[in-house]
Structures are given as structure tokens and as C-alpha cells.
Design a protein around this ligand. Structure first.
Ligand code: IPM
Ligand code: MG
Length: 360
């Protein structure tokens, strides 16, 4: 029996609730497939601030680096919003991405047939959508220097720096092209090359790297147009590769094609330990009520199996289980539709775990 050590950070808000359901799913996979998953819990975000005064304790960094994958819930909330920038929960998350060198963030947005009606967009527009957003995660304006706030009075200035090296663009575009080979072999690189030099470099490098992949079709799109095309005709996209900031924004937009941000998983890879988190936040408004949708986090567990532990069959099992409960009409409130059974976080998690055990 293989043993896998997984670090777990529940975080804040609904984080711990949805993480509990993803753990159930992994345990069910372990039972069925003969793996032992050992979970080690660590603190980050607001929970860590309350307990230790900092959003990312050194103990967490060490523990996570010493595990095989990190399953992460969500961090942040109004209680910690007014702290100085470097002590905010988000600062802990960003530092952890850097510490783990998780430079590639994969965010699949798949519209399940069962949920076409859950999207605010017309069914005929979203049906069949299957997009993989590949977001650069450890560079760009999120980390560029100089950054800060300086000056006095009306001349006070806030500034950040959008910066990319050739090496950073090369590796993310190469990964996007590689992933496209297992899909429909199309990569759309999103930038703002009509205005930004950083995007001009991005486009040049993307074009060069794509020549290594003659079987993959690379196109370029400005980000404003991409934001429009995503909701106008989402099926035109296969793999979308873009920088940290544009990827942040476009992946939230893409989530609405699928009906709910409560459905979107993500994998942050590139470093020695993969970092797996749903794309939704801590949703403090619904925390503690047992109504959050755990499917994004369970789907994240599937990505952990696939990209973190190289257990492809097990990943597919989890994904099939999610589809099966949706096909049976189970819905959390965010994806509720007429005629479907609305269940809470725990019931949804239990139903998926049961399917993992029982699917043929
Ligand atoms: C995300 C989130 C984070 C980001 C925040 C919480 C720092 O929005 O993962 O998309 O901007 O990367
Ligand atoms: Mg975001």
C-alpha cells in the first residue's frame, strides 16, 4: 500500500468546511484503490494571524515543503482587511505560492451538461464549454518591484510594476502548449500588447515558443477582447495562457460560464510540491452555515491526485463521482435548479464519497 503525505490548510470562512469534504473524497479513493493518505494540518491566512500574529508561519512553510502535495481551502475575511499589507491573509497565500515555486496555475472551466441551466448565460452559448486557463502565478504585477505608496497629500502615489522575464513567459507558454496536446491543440495567449511593453515581450516569446509545437495552433488576443469573447462564444477557447493579473480576472469570469464559482478547481504546479486550491474565496457571508458548495474543492482533490501524485485513474474516479451526483439531481444552493434536491455542504460531500466507493 502506497502512503501519501498531504498537507492541509483549511484557512478561513468556508475553507475548513469544504476541505473536510475533499478529505472525505480522498479517503474514499484510498479505501477503494488501496492508498493511505496521511493528512497534516497547518495554519495560514486569518486563522494563522489570530493564532500566531502572521499570515504564514514558518512552521507551515516547512511542513508543506516536506509533504507531497498541499490541499488548500481559502483565506481572508473582513476581520483582517484593515491590517497592513504584509500582514493580510492574502500576503500569506502569495508568499506560499512563491515559497513552493508554484508558477503555473491551471484553472479548468468545464460546463457540465447537468448544469447548463445554472449559468446566467444562455444554455446554447455555454453548452460544451471546456476551457483550461493557464495563469502565470509567481510573477507579473503581483510581485513586481518597485511597488508601494509614497508622497504626501494630493501627490501621494500608489504604484506597482508589471514585469516578466523571457524565462517566465517561456516556461508558462511551453506548459500551455504541452497541455494543449492532450486536448484540442489550441492555445490562445492573452495580453495587452497594444499598450504594455511587458505584453509585447510576452507575445514575442509566446510566438517563438509555439514554433516548438507545430501541431498546436497559437493565437493571440487582447485581454479586453478576451473578456468579451469568453461570454460571447466560450467554445472557441481550448487553452488560454496569460499573466498573473489577467488570469486572475479571466478565471473568475470563466467560472460564471459553469454556473458557479463554487465549481472551479485549480492546480498550482511547477515547484517540488503542488499546491491545490479551489478558485473561490473564503465566502465569509455564508461561512459556518453548512451551505457552501464543496464540489470545487472535491474537484481540486482530483487535480491533486492527477498533477500532485500522478494518480490519473483515481483523479478520473473523483471526477466521475462528481458528475454522477449532479446527474442524480443533487445541488447545493448556488447551483440549485427547479426540480433538484438542494443539499448542504456535508450531504454533497457524503454523496460524492459514496459514489467514489460504489461507481462501477
Ligand atoms: C485567486 C485569488 C487570489 C489571487 C487572492 C486571494 C490573493 O483571487 O486565487 O484568484 O488574486 O490570486
Ligand atoms: Mg482570483
Amino acid at each position: 500500500m502506497a502512503t501519501y503525505t498531504i498537507s492541509v490548510i483549511g484557512g478561513d470562512g468556508i475553507g475548513p468546511e469544504v476541505i473536510a469534504e475533499a478529505r472525505k473524497a480522498l479517503l474514499a479513493v484510498g479505501e477503494r484503490c488501496g492508498h493511505a493518505f496521511v493528512f497534516r494540518e497547518y495554519l495560514a491566512g486569518g486563522a494563522a494571524i489570530d493564532a500566531t500574529g502572521v499570515p504564514l508561519p514558518e512552521d507551515t512553510v516547512r511542513g508543506v515543503k516536506d509533504s507531497q502535495a498541499l490541499l488548500f481551502g481559502a483565506i481572508g475575511g473582513p476581520r483582517w482587511e484593515n491590517l497592513p499589507h504584509h500582514l493580510k491573509p492574502e500576503a500569506g497565500l502569495l508568499r506560499l505560492r512563491r515559497e513552493l515555486d508554484a508558477w503555473a496555475n491551471l484553472r479548468p472551466a468545464i460546463v457540465f451538461d447537468e448544469l447548463v441551466e445554472a449559468s446566467t448565460l444562455k444554455p446554447e452559448v455555454v453548452r460544451g464549454t471546456d476551457i483550461l486557463v493557464v495563469r502565470e502565478l509567481t510573477g507579473g504585477i503581483y510581485f513586481g518591484t518597485p511597488r508601494g505608496i509614497s508622497g504626501e497629500g494630493a501627490e501621494r502615489r500608489g504604484f506597482n510594476t508589471e514585469v516578466y522575464s523571457e524565462r517566465e513567459v517561456e516556461r508558462i507558454v511551453r506548459l500551455a502548449c504541452t497541455l494543449a496536446r492532450a486536448r484540442r491543440r489550441q492555445v490562445c495567449s492573452v495580453d495587452k500588447a497594444n499598450v504594455l511593453e511587458s505584453s509585447q515581450l510576452w507575445r514575442e516569446v509566446a510566438t517563438r515558443v509555439a514554433r516548438e509545437f507545430p501541431d498546436v495552433r497559437l493565437t493571440h488576443m487582447y485581454v479586453d477582447n478576451a473578456a468579451m469573447q469568453l461570454i460571447r462564444a466560450p467554445r472557441q477557447f481550448d487553452v488560454v495562457v496569460t499573466n498573473n493579473m489577467f488570469g486572475d480576472i479571466l478565471s473568475d469570469e470563466a467560472s460564471q460560464l459553469t454556473g458557479s464559482i463554487g465549481m472551479l478547481a485549480s492546480a498550482s504546479i511547477g515547484g517540488p510540491v503542488g499546491f491545490f486550491e479551489p478558485i473561490h474565496g473564503s465566502a465569509p457571508d455564508i461561512a459556518g452555515q453548512g451551505i457552501a458548495n464543496p464540489l470545487a474543492t472535491i474537484a481540486t482533490a482530483a487535480l491533486l491526485l492527477r498533477h500532485g501524485l500522478r494518480l490519473e485513474a483515481e483523479a478520473q474516479l473523483v471526477e466521475r463521482a462528481i458528475r454522477a451526483v449532479l446527474a442524480e439531481g443533487l445541488r447545493t444552493r448556488d447551483i440549485a435548479q427547479p426540480g433538484c434536491a438542494v443539499v448542504g455542504t456535508r450531504e454533497m460531500g457524503d454523496a460524492v464519497a459514496a459514489k467514489i466507493r460504489s461507481l462501477p
